[in-house]
Design a protein around this ligand. Structure first.
Ligand SMILES: Cc1ncc(COP(=O)(O)O)c(C=O)c1O
Length: 505
């Protein structure tokens, strides 16, 4: 589901470097000039390897036209469409196979067609100009209002639309930070998140200069350990966080317990429902109720829920909700003295793609309450089926007790990445979770749960036949990446791989 640098072959690089410079020697000698030089040479060499796995071999690249300067004359429609058809065929995995974790959430071709038509009607709309696009303003306000109701907000509950889960999280944290500065005079803000909370919280801490504490989870339930969380709260804490569910294991933290802590310490509580918000809000009606996680819980001050995941809206939309209109106002940015005019905007972007608002509104009113309830029911049934299949293999365990939209497997007797590697050989595109190693699958409308059951059976039979075979392919490379002790090296390699993303063929 997550497009990580590992997908780009970075792990291969780590593995090779790691092989050449053994861990202990590396730890001891990384400060020595000749070791540094060797690492540098290896990094450069292996980045060339990543380049070829990401961009293809020289022969593959030669098949495509290149557009690194503007074509002197514009292309015909036919030529453009031919180019696009070739680019569509570049992908090795397609979500329609039923074997892709997350990524594409909608499985209804009719919805795809209607959303595209709707977006076409508003192709050039920009919500920054409310007077030019009043219909888009209306739809955006309605998308937020509908979501507010789903999370049991009251008349004061409100929110904004953003470009995705990360931006929703950034905005919620900015609002709490500014609120705490104004009302509690906190100038050295601190926040507390479960280790399983999405990396977007670390991004927010990095962007906004907030100290962040990561709290371990209970190893059995995979929920954040509340007593440990309480211990790290201090007088500068502005916010604590719970996920419902968290990305790695698909498990919801105990939001009611977190709420008690938030109220007792007078801090905000953000509930991250980015991934499964449009599943959990319908679970009770689908016949699979879970403990309260939304504005019914007193201490919850903000919630993020991505429309571009299980709401089946096109990519580029999410909602951040606040218990009070006052808190939302701290999210906004205003520059009243700008010579270009009085400037004010709700989120990070200035101009925004209005057609995405339209696509989101269309998906929501097309599916309606019943459509999402039905989706939630089917997702939970698939998760339960996959969970049961994992548990039927004594070598494996399921992380926590998930029953929403994600299932993750691990093992105490073998490297779970070996299972992942063999699933990949059978056509699966999975998530590689770490600390400890595990295989994550975000289940969607497209997921073929029965294929998973059959493929897992085949994988486990193969492992029993060849118990000592080393991990191969992706399993080998991901394994090497998680076992490398120097995470700064991983950081350096990741940045190199991102550079490569911007290299034309
Ligand atoms: C729990 C959770 N929070 C936040 C995010 C970030 O969402 P986005 O990738 O849309 O920025 C994700 C993405 O998978 C997620 O699973």
């Amino acid at each position: 589901m997550v497009m990580t640098v590992w997908d780009l072959g970075l792990a291969q690089l780590v593995q090779l470097i790691y092989k050449k410079i053994k861990t202990s020697a590396f730890e001891f000698g990384k400060s020595l000039p000749f070791v540094r030089e060797k690492v540098q040479l290896e990094v450069e060499k292996q980045l060339r390897g990543i380049e070829s796995s990401m961009l293809g071999s020289a022969e593959e690249r030669a098949k495509y036209n290149k557009f690194v300067v503007l074509p002197p004359k514009g292309l015909s429609e036919e030529d453009i469409m031919n180019e696009l058809t070739q680019y569509q065929k570049m992908a090795k995995h397609v979500a329609e196979s039923g074997k892709v974790s997350g990524a594409v959430y909608n499985g209804d071709n009719n919805l795809t067609r209607i959303v595209n038509e709707a977006m076409y009607k508003f192709a050039w709309a920009n919500p920054l100009h409310t007077s030019l696009f009043p219909g888009v303003r209306k739809m955006e306000a309605e998308v937020v209002a509908m979501t507010t109701k789903l999370f049991n907000g009251d008349a004061n509950t409100c929110g904004t639309m953003t470009s995705g889960g990360t931006e929703s999280i950034l905005m919620a944290i900015r609002a709490h930070k500014e609120w705490a500065k104004q009302y509690k005079n906190i100038t050295q803000p601190h926040m507390v998140v479960p280790v399983t909370a999405h990396a977007a919280f670390d991004k927010a801490a990095d962007y906004f200069g907030i100290r962040i504490s990561h709290v371990p989870i209970d190893p059995d339930t995979c929920k954040v350990d509340i007593p440990k969380l309480k211990k790290v709260i201090c007088r500068n804490t502005i916010l604590i966080v719970g996920s419902c569910p968290g990305f790695p294991h698909g498990v919801a933290d105990d939001i009611e317990a977190l709420s008690d802590v938030a109220i007792a310490h007078d801090v905000g509580l953000h509930v991250d429902c980015c991934l499964g918000g449009f599943v959990v809000a319908f679970l009770a009606d689908a016949g699979y109720p879970i403990p309260p996680f939304d504005f019914r819980v007193k201490g919850v001050t903000s919630i993020s829920a991505d429309t571009h995941k299980y709401a089946c809206a096109p990519k580029g939309s999410s909602i951040v909700l606040y218990r009070t209109q006052e808190l939302r106002r701290f999210q906004y940015f205003c520059a009243p003295n700008w010579p270009g005019g009085l400037y004010a905007s709700p989120t990070i972007a200035g101009s925004r793609p209005g057609n995405l608002v339209v696509g989101c509104w269309t998906a929501m009113v097309y599916k309606g309450h019943d459509g999402y309830v039905q989706q939630a029911k089917e997702l939970v049934q698939k998760v339960l089926r996959m969970k049961e299949a994992i548990k039927s293999h004594k070598e494996l365990f399921v992380f926590g007790d998930p029953a929403i939209s994600v299932v993750a497997l691990g093992s105490k007797v073998m490297d779970a990445y070996r299972v992942g590697g063999l699933l990949v050989e059978r056509g699966w595109d999975i998530g590689w979770i770490q600390f400890p190693n595990g295989v994550h699958i975000s289940v969607t409308a497209l997921t073929d749960a029965e294929a998973f059951v059959v493929d897992l059976e085949g994988v486990m039979e193969q492992i029993r036949r060849e118990p000592f075979a080393p991990p191969t392919g992706a399993a080998k490379t991901y394994g090497a990446a998680t076992s490398i002790p120097d995470r700064n090296l991983i950081d350096r390699l990741a940045r190199g791989a991102i550079d490569l993303m911007y290299k034309p063929l």
